[in-house]
Design a protein around this ligand. Structure first.
Ligand SMILES: Nc1ncnc2c1ncn2[C@@H]1O[C@H](COP(=O)(O)OP(=O)(O)O)[C@@H](O)[C@H]1O
Ligand SMILES: O=C(O)C1=C[C@@H](OP(=O)(O)O)[C@@H](O)[C@H](O)C1
Ligand SMILES: [Mg+2]
Length: 161
């Protein structure tokens, strides 16, 4: 398999980039598929089943994805088996954005159940950052625009085709 996986912390633009890529490529946005399949928002699902319940289903969606481009949720790298799966089945692209820019984008978004206090989210970011780095084949500079980031991912897709 020769997929492209897009990873990165919440608010790095994965979903927005996925929407643009879907104009030209077959894209699976795992969080959107989650909501379709389970008929509940991610926030409501977390409240009812906890993070562990979400992670189990998220991992299943990752494994079953048939699309060329897979847009992940920020926590996909929490499970080591997901990191291994992505590396073995495709190219993993990490969008690396400084925390303070991310925070401005996500702080008032109530759809992300893991967004709480600044310090708590920042420590999640600090813990995950090296995990994204270890999981990825390619790092993109996240301060670029959505359009530029999309174009960079498109050039990886073109190279692979
Ligand atoms: N590189 C960027 N430049 C400008 N705005 C961005 C960028 N990345 C994300 N955003 C904005 O931040 C918000 C969250 O983006 P989203 O695509 O939902 O991120 P993710 O899926 O990685 O959590 C959206 O309003 C999006 O337009
Ligand atoms: O980082 C995380 O653990 C999560 C990120 C979210 O996706 P985005 O990265 O698209 O915000 C979503 O999957 C869920 O709220 C959990
Ligand atoms: Mg998203």
């Amino acid at each position: 398999m020769d997929k492209v996986y897009v990873i990165g912390f919440m608010g790095t633009g994965k979903t927005a980039i996925g929407r643009k890529l879907s104009e030209r490529y077959d894209v699976d946005e795992l969080d959107e598929r989650f909501v379709q399949e389970y008929g509940q928002s991610i926030a409501d699902f977390f409240a009812a089943h906890g993070e562990a319940g979400f992670r189990a289903r998220e991992s299943e969606l990752l494994r079953n994805s048939q699309s060329q481009v897979v847009i992940t949720g920020g926590g996909i790298i929490e499970r080591p088996e997901n990191r291994t799966w992505m590396k073995e089945t495709g190219t993993v692209i990490w969008i690396d954005t400084p925390f303070d820019s991310i925070w401005r984008r996500i702080e008032s978004d109530r759809n992300r159940p893991l967004v709480g206090k600044y310090e708590t989210v920042k420590s999640l970011y600090m813990r995950r950052r090296s995990v994204y780095a270890d999981s990825a084949n390619l790092r993109l500079e996240g301060m670029k625009s959505i359009r530029e980031l999309t174009a960079e991912i498109e050039s990886v897709l073109e190279e692979k085709s």
